[in-house]
Ligand binder design. Structure first.
Ligand code: PMV
Length: 323
């Protein structure tokens, strides 16, 4: 087995600022790319096999004819296959995944891996894929993991910055200077499945539609107002709207005592706003802070959480690092 060259690409994690869950039913949402990245290195192989290597999950070799396999690396293989299809190739290759993004915590780790993989393999094959093609290809892996994802994770990971998104209507990249603020994330330590939570929320929505339709309508207005506040760089208003958004997420049943504890800790320590980010039920909370307050807020949160991350919005989406 002789490697013939390699390409390394990174892609950012994401945090949903406002609109998660509501986005699944067609409301808009805003997501931010974070300065925490996943890396994929793709190499040509001179044998007819697709090898996926991850420090966390080990090595898998796929022969190209697999039917569905229950394995965390299988979605990465599907993304590789999709790029090969786009290139009209059946080249054997290897992809090595390294990620600093905590998995299953609402930060879009699988999407960042999928985006980095799609882009690295496309470049390796000499395919001049557009960001739109990379986003669409990465979505194949997301469907395998999350069943019916909105597509927000792979979009923000590919494009970077702040993304205003709605299903079927596409997305816009917002022009915002985030240099005055920091994001602090704190892990509840509770594992959860996005697919299960989305299904549970949709069931509650159809059971109590006359009540929840109004919550969904409020979420739509809230996202529009957050967009306006971001464009004015009025982060005080953004924080207030995040807090209101968290109330709406509690209303649809995705908060719990541990998440509330972290959210109130962040707010009491001076965060501009704090809320669940992503599917809820566990995973991480997101606090928006003035740059100079972030460290103190992170310190308070670390008393109640085993993992606290302090980060910024990444203007960079998927990025070629070498090759
Ligand atoms: O927690 P995450 O990163 O899997 O995000 C889920 C976001 C939802 O809006 C709940 C689902 C989706 O596909 O947008």
């Amino acid at each position: 087995m002789r490697p013939l060259g390699n390409v390394t690409v990174t892609a950012p994690a994401k945090a949903i600022l406002v609109g998660e869950h509501f986005v699944v039913a067609g409301c808009p949402a805003i997501a931010l790319a974070l300065d925490i990245r996943a890396k994929a290195t793709a190499e040509l192989l001179n044998e007819d096999v697709i090898e996926i290597v991850s420090k966390e999950f080990g090595i898998r070799r796929y022969g190209g004819k697999e039917t569905r396999v229950e394995d965390p690396l299988y979605p990465v293989y599907l993304v590789v296959k999709e790029v090969l299809k786009l290139a009209g190739s059946n080249q054997g290759l290897k992809v090595v995944i390294e990620s600093n993004i905590p998995p299953a915590a609402g930060l879009g780790s699988s999407a960042a891996v999928a985006v980095a993989t799609a882009s690295a393999v496309a470049k390796l094959l000499g395919l001049n894929a557009s960001l739109e093609e990379i986003t669409r290809t990465a979505y194949t892996g997301e469907v395998e993991i999350h069943k019916k994802p909105s597509g927000i994770d792979n979009t923000v990971s590919a494009y970077g910055g702040a993304i205003y998104f709605s299903i079927g209507k596409g997305f816009e990249r917002l022009d915002v200077n985030f240099s005055q603020v920091r994001l602090v994330l704190a892990d509840s330590g509770i594992q959860r499945s996005t697919g299960t939570l989305v299904a549970r929320v949709l069931a509650l929505k159809s059971k109590h539609s006359s009540v929840l339709d109004q919550v969904y309508a409020a979420a739509t207005v809230l996202v529009e107002n957050t967009r306006d506040a971001l464009e004015r760089e009025d982060f005080t208003a953004v924080g207030e709207l995040m807090n209101i958004n968290h109330g709406l997420l509690s209303a649809i049943g995705v908060s719990n005592a541990k998440l509330e504890e972290l959210i109130y800790t962040a707010r009491q320590a001076g965060a501009l706003g704090a809320k669940i980010t992503g599917a809820g039920g566990g995973g991480m909370i997101l606090a928006l802070c003035w740059r100079e307050d972030a460290e103190q807020i992170a310190m308070e949160l670390s008393k109640a959480s085993t993992k606290v991350l302090m980060t910024s919005v990444s203007e960079k989406g998927v990025t070629l690092e070498s090759g």
